[in-house]
Design a protein around this ligand. Sequence first.
Ligand code: KIV
Ligand code: ZN
Length: 388
Amino acid sequence: MTDNIIIFDTTLRDGEQSPGASMTLEEKIQVAKLLDEMGVDVIEAGFPIASNGDFEAVSEIAKVVKNSTVCGLARAGNKDIDRAGEAVKHANKSRIHTFISTSPLHMKFKLQMEPETVYEKVISSVTRARNWTDDVEWSCEDGTRTEFDFMCRCVEAAINAGATTINIPDTVGYTTPDEIESLFRRVIENVPNSDKAIFSAHCHNDLGMAVANSLAAAKGGARQIECTINGLGERAGNAALEEIIMAIRTRNDVFAYTTGINTKMLTRASKLVSAVSAFPVQYNKAIVGKNAFAHESGIHQDGMLKNAETYEIMRPEDVGVGGTDLVMGKHSGRHAFKEKLSDLGYQLGENALQDAFTRFKDLADKKKHIFDEDIEALVDDEVSNASE
Ligand code: KIV
Ligand code: ZN
């Protein structure tokens, strides 16, 4: 049987932590409803202790979300955990996600705590969170730079204290696919009670490897992936949900997992998150970029007109895009030009077609964007010249 991957979306928490990406309450509710409808398993709705606005957003989302688990983030202190517990308590399914740094660098400089104090806090924070809900996730922040034996001790303690999900974040996007696959495999093999928890990957994109690292972590045994729409997130962002989902779907021979995501909603989700966060999606972004299913070169357009699989490994409809876009430009060929004319309602004879094509190429050399109106004008000129 194929393993399921739990999709944990943190657009509304880690995504919103991108400088300049903050969203209003109404916008967050809109995003949460769409994630719920799209089949996201867990929605991390915010960090309730961060502000009254964040608390309100998490608690309102908890009330409106129907199927997804609603999760609130908390540091390892009682106040944080209780605030998160209050915020998610009305959810149909609630989760508290508590975390503490475990790398030598973070413990020494950020927390200024001895490892033993951190270890004690792992136990006390998970125990506290369990008073609110049975669904507790524990994360070792800066996990990929944490000393292996210490991480295993903390993971074991968190599970014994009642954590049901163990997240190992690549907080600073430092790891590589081989490294993280082996890390997950080794932790799962070494921690005696690891079968009592689901292991989760949370990868940042500082070196552009967040998606590859998340999928590699799954190969090493992770069964939850934390991600965001459009890869929104701190610094270079988080692993992009749409890329993970489509990699699993398109390369199921390599990533043999299932997810509950309705892929046809990916483009809608991308557009909504881009609009509410005011973060534009780059044109060549995988899956949801404007050019992800666009072709301008003559060779590619000719191939596409013969068989779409020549240059597309996914069907645009499967991610909610109307169809392939054969963009008319200076690289376009006669085949695509003829097809475009036919779409616009023109049937030209061979000579007229050749003339129009030559004029189109001249225009395309001078003009960056060729619109349907340009082509119509060019052909109308051609037709009126011919009749004079
Ligand atoms: O990147 C990170 O380490 C986090 C944790 C809070 C899970 O976002
Ligand atoms: Zn993060």
